[in-house]
Structures are given as structure tokens and as C-alpha cells.
Design a protein around this ligand. Structure first.
Ligand SMILES: Cc1cc2nc3c(=O)[nH]c(=O)nc-3n(C[C@H](O)[C@H](O)[C@H](O)COP(=O)(O)O)c2cc1C
Length: 315
């Protein structure tokens, strides 16, 4: 019984690759499992570290899922048993190289009727991105059986500083000894091998064929209810401004710059004024309608859920 697993790979800083390697390490050690990693390469690579203008200029295409050109993915004859799709979030959407993969002919051929596990490594806002990925997987007739999410260390305020600093300067170290290091903690990345152990067990027992989660009970995902509404509001704002900016010119066009910068100023003003007020209102609303919030949390944590009942077995 030889199982074949397809793994998609794109990472700018190498963080998502490290996470992916941790997850698939138990599979690579199993002689009954063949792991095939396919790299996604944009024809025009995105810079790292980013300059501020290019960073902001990617938001319209990210939000509207406009696929950039990628190099052809080398095809093979394999009929895969399972697909692992790691991705990072750009502006509450899957990163552009991943969108390009999901819209490629290769994905149309290889993901059809296949069980897929999404593996997200991002700052902390991924809910709307996963809704978009769910939609694209549905169009491919792929079956999402698990979603695993790892986020950057530190609270929302800290990562609001550490993640952009890392993206714009390349620096990951602790700033003034006040903020944690940028990115997902090494411990979390190391412990992510538990998912690989569970996937290995599932493949050995044909459980991936049941179209049900195989990474449940492993604390795969935890929705922060404070962020649901913020993500929804920000997505609406990105859509309105992004739609306008896309009409002015393509990604990288000089004509877009003044409007992109205007949006940055607008965002800063909103963050300083409306966001704190809205946070207060949302806290009150969440207290009033606890049931609704819990339902939302449960929904966005599907299919894997945030239970931890199998941690001892696989860590
Ligand atoms: C252009 C851009 C936009 C990003 N937007 C988000 C976001 O909306 N939500 C989030 O949680 N992280 C966001 N991040 C952080 C990434 O998801 C990710 O953690 C980081 O880019 C490292 O990924 P890597 O493995 O490609 O190096 C963004 C990063 C970039 C470069």
C-alpha cells in the first residue's frame, strides 16, 4: 500500500516552508508514503523585504483574487491520495502565488475529488482568507477535510508592530526587548509535527478516504472571536478601495500610487479613531449575543475544530 501526498510550497521568508517541513517530516520517514513537493514560482517574484509602496500595492489584486503569472508546474502521472496546501495570508486573502496555484490548470487536474488539508501560517487574521480558499476549492471540486492554523507569537498589538517590521525590514529579532520575536514561535513549528503523525496514522488506515477530518483533536485551529467582525469590516473596505484602484491601472502602475497612499492615510485615520470605538461596541455586542458568537466560532473552526483530545496520542 503506497500512498502519494502532494504538497504545495511557496514561502517568502522560509517560515511557511519550515512549518510545512515540520508537518510532513513524519510522512517523509514512512517508506509507504511518497511525498511530492511542488514549488510555486511567480514569473515576477515579490520582493522581500518589501518596500512599503509595493507591499500596499498588492492589496487590490490579493483581495480580488487576480492570479499573477506563475511558472508552469511540472506535471506528473501521479494520482494523489491527499493534498496538503500550505498558504500565507495577504490582506485577508490567500497570498497571490497561492491564488495563482488554485486557479491553475494543474490544480484543476490534480485537486478534483481529492481530500485537501489547508495549513495556514500568518500573523493572526486568516478567517476571510480561508472562506475564499474554501470557495476556490469548491470550484475545483476538491474536498477540504482539515484546516490547521498557526499564528505569530504575541498579542494583536505586538504583532501589529512585529509582523509589518519583519515584512518591511527583514528583521525578526525582539524590538527593544519589549516586543516578542516576529513570526510563529519555534516551539509551535516543532510541535506541528503532531499533525504529520496523525496524517500518517490516517493514511495507514485509509481514513483520508472518508472525507472527514484526520487532524481533529489536535488543537488545529482557534478562532479569536474578537477578530471576526474586524475581518469582515476590513474586507469590505479593501473591496471598495481595491475595486477603485484596480480601475486606475495594473499592479505596479505609477498611476495607482497616489490613491494607494490616500488609502493608507484613510486607514491610519480609521485605525486611530473608528477602530477603538468599534472594538468597544463589539465587546458589548458579543456579551449580549454570546450564542451567536459561539456559533460563528464553531463554524470558522470547521472542519478540524479546536479540541485537544488526541494531543497525547500524536505529540
Ligand atoms: C503583503 C502581505 C500582507 C499580509 N497580510 C496579512 C493578513 O492580512 N493577515 C495575516 O494574518 N498576516 C498577513 N501577512 C503575514 C503573512 O501571512 C505571513 O505570515 C508572512 O508573510 C510570512 O510568510 P512566508 O512564509 O511567506 O515568509 C501579510 C504579509 C504580507 C507580505
Amino acid at each position: 500500500m503506497n500512498k502519494k501526498v502532494l504538497v504545495i510550497s511557496y514561502s517568502q521568508t522560509g517560515q511557511l516552508d519550515r512549518l510545512t517541513q515540520s508537518v510532513i517530516s513524519p510522512l517523509k520517514k514512512d517508506k509507504d508514503v511518497e511525498v511530492v513537493v511542488k514549488n510555486i514560482q511567480p514569473v515576477n517574484p515579490y520582493p522581500f523585504p518589501w518596500d512599503f509602496m509595493t507591499f500596499m500595492d498588492t492589496f487590490p489584486e490579493s483581495v480580488y483574487l487576480d492570479p499573477p503569472e506563475i511558472l508552469p508546474i511540472e506535471d506528473d502521472e501521479n494520482d494523489y491520495d491527499l493534498v496538503i496546501l500550505p498558504y500565507q495570508v495577504w490582506f485577508l486573502s490567500p497570498s497571490l502565488p497561492i491564488t495563482a496555484f488554485l486557479k491553475s490548470d494543474y490544480a484543476k487536474r490534480k485537486l478534483r475529488n481529492k481530500p485537501v488539508i489547508t495549513l495556514i501560517g500568518c500573523r493572526n487574521m486568516w478567517i476571510m482568507a480561508q472562506e475564499k480558499v474554501k470557495g476556490m476549492l469548491k470550484q475545483l471540486n476538491a474536498i477540504l477535510i482539515d484546516n490547521i492554523v498557526l499564528i505569530d507569537q504575541g498579542d494583536s498589538f505586538s504583532t501589529f508592530v512585529t509582523t509589518p517590521r519583519w515584512m518591511l525590514t527583514g528583521k525578526k529579532d525582539s524590538l527593544w526587548n519589549l516586543f516578542p520575536k516576529a513570526g510563529i514561535s519555534n516551539r509551535e513549528i516543532e510541535d506541528a509535527k503532531r499533525f504529520g503523525n496523525a496524517i500518517k496514522y490516517a493514511l495507514q488506515n485509509n481514513k483520508e478516504k472518508n472525507n472527514r477530518p484526520i487532524c481533529d483533536g489536535l488543537r488545529a485551529v482557534n478562532v479569536d472571536v474578537k477578530l471576526i467582525k474586524s475581518e469582515k469590516i476590513a474586507t469590505k473596505s479593501f473591496k471598495i478601495w481595491g475595486g477603485l484602484i484596480r480601475k486606475i491601472g495594473p499592479f505596479g502602475s505609477k498611476k495607482r500610487r497616489p490613491v494607494v497612499m490616500l488609502y493608507v492615510v484613510f486607514l491610519l485615520l480609521i485605525i486611530l479613531t473608528i477602530v477603538p470605538l468599534n472594538m468597544l461596541i463589539q465587546t458589548i455586542l458579543r456579551k449580549i449575543d454570546k450564542q451567536k458568537v459561539l456559533k460563528q466560532k464553531e463554524f470558522y473552526e470547521l472542519p478540524s475544530g479546536n479540541g485537544d483530545y488526541r494531543m497525547k496520542e500524536f505529540l
